[in-house]
Design a protein around this ligand. Structure first.
Ligand SMILES: NC(=O)c1ccc[n+]([C@@H]2O[C@H](COP(=O)([O-])OP(=O)(O)OC[C@H]3O[C@@H](n4cnc5c(N)ncnc54)[C@H](O)[C@@H]3O)[C@@H](O)[C@H]2O)c1
Length: 253
C-alpha cells in the first residue's frame, strides 16, 4: 500500500523542474497525476498532460475540469507554475509587474478557484503552493519576483484559514535556489555563468543548490494524508538560507 494510493493530484507547471519532480514523486507513491502546463505535450507517462495557461481563466477552468474528469476527482492541488523577474523596483514597468503577478499570484487564485469544488468532495484534500525563500529574505535584484512570492505566502495563510473548517489543508514550500531548467536559463544569460553559479552555491549555507527532488519530497509530505494536522505552514527547503546565520569560514579551515 502506497501513501497516495487512490488519490488524484493536479500539478501546475508540472512539465519541468520542481513541478515535474513533484508530479513524478506523487505518481510513484500511488497518485494519479495530471499536469497543467503551457507546454504539456512532452510530459512522461504515467502523468497526464493538459495544456493550460494559468494567466488565462478560461484556459484554467477548462483544463481543471478536463483533469478532474479524467482523474475522476481531485484530492491534491499543487500550485507550482511560476516565472522569474530580475531587477530593482526601478527596473520593470507596470506591464511587467502585471504580467508576473498574473502568473505567480493570480495563477494560484484561478487554479484553486476552479479546483475547490472537486477538493470539497475529497476525504484528504490538500493544496500546496510553491512559494520561495524570496518571500522571507530580501534578495538583491528580485523586487518584483519577491513581491509575488510574499503575496503567495500571505495567500497561503489566508486560504488555510478560509478552508480549515471544511477540512482542506493549505501549505507552501519555500525553496532556496534550486537546480532546475529555470536556473539554467538564468546562468545562460549571465556574463560569467561559472562565476554566477559559484555565487549562487555560496549564498546557500550548505554550499550547493537545492535539488528539484528535495523540494518535491517536501511537497509530497505536505500533500500527504500523513500531514493531516499540518496547515498554514511554510516549509523551507533552502539549504539553511533563511534560518541560519554563519560566521565567515576561519582561514585554513
Ligand atoms: N528554481 C528555483 O531556484 C526556485 C526557487 C524558489 C522557488 N521556485 C519556484 O518554483 C516553481 C517552479 O520553478 P522551476 O524552477 O521548476 O521552473 P521551471 O521553469 O523549470 O518550470 C516552470 C514550469 O511552469 C510552466 N509555466 C510557466 N508559466 C506558466 C503559465 N502561465 N501557465 C502554465 N504553466 C506555466 C513552465 O512551462 C514550466 O514547465 C516556480 O513557482 C518558482 O517561482 C523556484
Amino acid at each position: 500500500m502506497k501513501d497516495f494510493d487512490g488519490l488524484k493530484a493536479v500539478v501546475t507547471g508540472g512539465a519541468s523542474g520542481i513541478g515535474l519532480a513533484a508530479a513524478r514523486l506523487l505518481a510513484e507513491r500511488g497518485a494519479r497525476v495530471a499536469v497543467l502546463d503551457l507546454d504539456a505535450d512532452g510530459v512522461p507517462e504515467p502523468l497526464r498532460g493538459h495544456r493550460a495557461d494559468v494567466s488565462d481563466d478560461a484556459s484554467v477552468t477548462a483544463a481543471v475540469s478536463d483533469a478532474a474528469g479524467a482523474l475522476r476527482g481531485i484530492d491534491v492541488l499543487v500550485n507550482n507554475a511560476g516565472i522569474g523577474a530580475v531587477g530593482t523596483v526601478e527596473d520593470n514597468d507596470d506591464a511587467e509587474w502585471h504580467r508576473v503577478l498574473d502568473v505567480n499570484l493570480l495563477g494560484i487564485v484561478r487554479t484553486t478557484r476552479a479546483a475547490l469544488r472537486h477538493l470539497r468532495r475529497s476525504a484528504h484534500p490538500a493544496i500546496v503552493n510553491t512559494c520561495s525563500v524570496a518571500a522571507t529574505a530580501g534578495l538583491p535584484q528580485r523586487a518584483l519576483y519577491s513581491a509575488t512570492k510574499g503575496a503567495v505566502l500571505s495567500l497561503t495563510l489566508a486560504m488555510a484559514a478560509d478552508h480549515v473548517r471544511e477540512g482542506i489543508r493549505v501549505n507552501c514550500v519555500n525553496p532556496g535556489t534550486a537546480d532546475t531548467p529555470w536556473i539554467g536559463r538564468l546562468l545562460d544569460r549571465a556574463a560569467d555563468p561559472a562565476a554566477e553559479r559559484a555565487a549562487l552555491d555560496a549564498r546557500q549555507p550548505m554550499g550547493r543548490l537545492v535539488t528539484a527532488d528535495e523540494v518535491a519530497a517536501a511537497i509530497a509530505y505536505l500533500a500527504s494524508p500523513a500531514a493531516a494536522s499540518v496547515t498554514g505552514t511554510a516549509l523551507a527547503v533552502d539549504g539553511g538560507m533563511q534560518g541560519l546565520r554563519l560566521r565567515a569560514p576561519e582561514p585554513g579551515r
